[in-house]
Structures are given as C-alpha cells and as structure tokens.
Design a binder for this molecule. Structure first.
Ligand code: NAD
Length: 251
C-alpha cells in the first residue's frame, strides 16, 4: 500500500540501488514522497533506476559510487545534503554474493572481496551518514543483512561472516546514537527474486524456492516495505533490531 505523502520533504540515501532490493526501495520511497539519492557502482543500471524513480514522480540524484571507497562515499553524502538539504534515511544495501566453497578452500582474495564490500562498505557508509545525522539531530539507518546474518549457510563462510558482523555493528551503533534521535536497524531478507539470486543459483531458482518454508521466493518490494516501515514514525520505537523478512528460511 502506497501512502503518497508519508515521506514528503525527506531525503532517502540508498546504496546498491541499480538493481533488485535497492531499486525497489528507491521507487517505494519516491512513491511516498521522498527525494532519493541513489548510489551504485553500475552507472548504466543506476540511470535506469533513476528513470523509474522519476516516473514514480520522485526527485532523484544518481551518484555512481563504489561503497568501499571512503572518499567517494563521503562526497556522495555531501552532494546529497547540498542538493536536497538533508539526509533523513540511509539504506545501506549494496552487497555481493560469495562463490560457494567449504571454508578451507576459500582464497584470501575471495574473503577480502566479500568483506570489503559487505562489511567495510557498510561501515564506510554508516560513518559518513551518521556524522551528518548527528549534526542534523535526527535520522534513521537501515542496513541490509540477510537470513545468513543469523544462521549458517553451507559453503558461505565469508558471506555469513559479513552479514553476522553487520548485525553486531548495527546493534552497537544503535546504542551509540540512541540519545541523539537516530535509530539504526537491519533488515534480513530471505531468498529474494533478484539478479543476485539468479547468479547464486546459476539460473536454477527452484533450488532456492525449495529452501523456503512458504514455498516461494520473496519479492524485492516486500523488503522495501519493511525498510520504509522502519524509517517511518510507525517504527519510532525500533532501534538495534534485526527485522527478518524471509518466509521462515532462518527458522
Ligand atoms: P543485486 O545484485 O540485484 O543488487 C545489488 C546491487 O549492489 C547491484 O546493483 C550492484 O551493482 C551493487 N553493488 C555491489 N557492490 C557494490 C559496491 N561496492 N558499491 C556500490 N554498489 C555495489 O542484489 P540484491 O539481491 O538486490 O541484494 C541487495 C542486498 O540484499 C545485498 O546486500 C545482498 O547481500 C542482500 N540480500 C539479498 C538476498 C537475495 O536473496 N537476493 C538475500 C539476503 C540478502
């Protein structure tokens, strides 16, 4: 259900917005009145998201950016504030999937590749977003973890480590800013129908459907809905939480 004016006058900053969950969340924020700053390292697909946001009657600022690059992220936060006047909601969603392998076969380069984007990239984004939110005196951060942030996954030690760590970082930051009108939460998707899922299952999506107790994949829009709720005043007493939206996968 779309509420056209819920986020009027507010700015949402969304990473990994060229595809999947980030794109759906950018469109959902715009449909409810927010101005959106969208970041991704895939500039071409990002401009397609920007067009979709505009057709949802939203103001959009597209910033090609790799979240593992601190100078670029700091500049993206500054550009968002300079353009829209605030940064009210940050959705740190950019992430990458691992190549499945038992732990002893994971190359150090592969470990670093996953942690660099999923964990270090999320930390870098939070660092610069929160510095602004402290000055602004308000804000909400939502980080994308995963059902794999609270359970193990065979062949997924690097990815699960990165997502479990996002949970700890989220809870600690929630405490750091609890008295400053800033809330910090995480969303934990299950198996969602995105390009990442297609790559991860090598096209055999039925494998992932079979893992889902509800017998279907989730849709990116179902994750967006939870993110918007956490950002809205309806989620005003929620901080340091890991909201699971996974069809029962992590049970
Ligand atoms: P996706 O691959 O469709 O989209 C991810 C986007 O992040 C892409 O546009 C990609 O270009 C971008 N990205 C990757 N690395 C980046 C970087 N260093 N800097 C900037 N942008 C970068 O994937 P998705 O399924 O929409 O996943 C979004 C998030 O949800 C990820 O954090 C993922 O780990 C998480 N997640 C996905 C699922 C799922 O089933 N799809 C399940 C649980 C968690």
């Amino acid at each position: 259900m779309s509420r056209p004016n819920r986020f009027e006058g507010k700015t949402a900053f969304i990473t990994g917005a060229a595809n999947g969950i980030g794109r759906a969340t950018a469109i959902a924020f715009a449909a409810e009145g927010a101005r959106v700053a969208i970041l991704d390292r895939d500039a071409q697909a990002l401009s397609e998201t920007a067009e979709m946001v505009k057709s949802a009657v939203g103001e959009v600022l597209a910033i090609p950016c790799d979240v593992s690059q601190p100078v670029a992220v700091e500049a993206a936060v500054a550009k968002t504030v300079a353009t829209f006047g605030s940064l009210d909601y940050a959705f740190n969603n950019a992430g990458i999937e691992n190549k499945a392998a038992p732990l002893h076969e994971i190359e150090l380069e592969e470990w670093d590749r996953i942690l660099n984007v999923n964990l270090r990239g999320t930390f870098i984004c939070m660092k610069y977003e929160l510095a602004h939110m402290v000055k602004q005196g308000r804000g909400v951060v939502v980080n994308t973890s995963s059902g794999a942030g609270i359970r193990g996954v065979e062949g997924g030690a690097s990815y699960t480590a990165s997502k479990h760590a996002i949970g700890g970082m989220t809870k600690s930051a929630a405490l750091d800013y609890a008295k400053q009108n800033i809330r910090v939460n995480a969303v934990l998707p299950g198996n969602i129908a995105t390009a990442m899922m297609d790559r991860f299952t090598a096209g055999d999506v039925q494998k992932a459907i079979n893992l889902e107790p509800v017998g279907r994949l989730g849709q990116p829009e179902e994750i967006a809905e939870a993110v918007l709720w956490m950002c809205s005043d309806l989620g005003g007493f929620v901080t340091g939480s890991e909201i699971v939206v996974d069809g029962g996968w992590s049970l």
